[in-house]
Design a protein around this ligand. Structure first.
Ligand SMILES: NC(=O)c1ccc[n+]([C@@H]2O[C@H](COP(=O)([O-])OP(=O)(O)OC[C@H]3O[C@@H](n4cnc5c(N)ncnc54)[C@H](O)[C@@H]3O)[C@@H](O)[C@H]2O)c1
Length: 251
């Protein structure tokens, strides 16, 4: 784990990061933990969540693994309804437990639409709905959605149902943001561009040429924006869908 800068003070905050057993979510968990938060490392797969939590603890941070499936409302409630969650990062996404199978929408079967909607939209509803009452009662909360440029713009890469899930999540969170705006709770989404989970590979260096900044995004990039959005300093930032894409999405 690299040395992470402390930018904002999240001491005494509890943060739940969904899908944090690998990739972007791990970066977010590390960054929030480095700001002093107690991080609940969620993943569908406990064999991913537990090592991440262990590594954070070994680095001197506060973390625990909390495996559950964000698409299963009963499981979400059982895991977190009684826990005071101050910061929720809805990161679990992509194709959920399945593989992404990019294909033109006209060639897909209706049965294929459920999985991307379940993890990218229902999962966000399930987690947000479960933690929001506590945030409102305590008068402080931060909800962050990790969405995608594929949810805010048209993309021609065969992931239309995924786009619908991400766009739906961003729309949901914008409206929720206005409902809780006077309760000390902010709600924002981050629309990611192409990210690199690999730490650099031939494939990603080829793709990097298509990004104005000349590189793909990293878990650190996402973690840094989440740290800001989770902070006291971001109390006037709400109801936004913020592109984080090295210039490949403009607003
Ligand atoms: N990687 C990119 O280029 C990119 C681009 C745009 C948006 N995003 C979004 O960023 C987020 C993270 O992306 P990533 O590339 O790190 O993803 P990833 O697929 O590498 O990791 C996602 C993690 O979420 C977990 N997960 C899946 N379904 C779950 C469920 N139902 N409940 C709990 N955990 C679950 C998986 O086990 C996995 O560990 C996703 O929401 C993704 O859609 C990624």
């Amino acid at each position: 784990m690299s040395d992470l800068t402390k930018m904002f003070d999240l001491t005494n905050r509890t943060a739940l990061v969904t899908g944090a057993g690998q990739g972007m979510g791990t970066g977010v968990a590390e960054m929030l933990a480095a700001q002093g938060a107690h991080v609940l490392v969620n993943d569908l797969d406990d064999t991913r969540a537990e090592p991440v939590a262990q590594q954070l603890r070994q680095s001197g941070y506060q973390a625990e693994a909390l495996a559950f499936d964000v698409t299963d409302l009963a499981a979400v409630r059982a895991a977190i309804a009684d826990r005071p969650i101050d910061i929720l990062v809805n990161n679990a996404g992509n194709a959920g437990s399945e593989r992404m199978r990019p294909r033109p929408f006209a060639e897909t079967e209706p049965a294929e639409w459920a999985a991307p909607l379940a993890v990218n939209l229902d999962g966000v509803m399930n987690c947000t709905h479960t933690v929001l009452p506590g945030m409102i009662d305590r008068g402080w909360g931060r909800v962050i959605g990790v969405v995608s440029g594929a949810g805010t713009q048209g993309v021609h890469i065969g992931v239309a149902a995924y786009s619908a899930g991400k766009g739906g999540a961003a729309a949901l969170l914008r409206s929720v943001a206005l409902e809780v705006a006077r309760k000390g709770v902010t709600v924002n989404s981050i629309a990611l561009g192409l990210m690199d989970n690999t730490g650099g590979s031939d494939v990603t260096s080829g793709l990097a040429k298509t990004i104005p900044t000349g590189r793909l995004g990293t878990p650190h990039d996402l973690g840094a924006l989440c740290a800001y959005l989770a902070s006291d300093e971001a109390s006037w930032m709400t109801a936004q869908t913020i592109p984080l894409a090295g210039g490949s999405i403009t607003s």
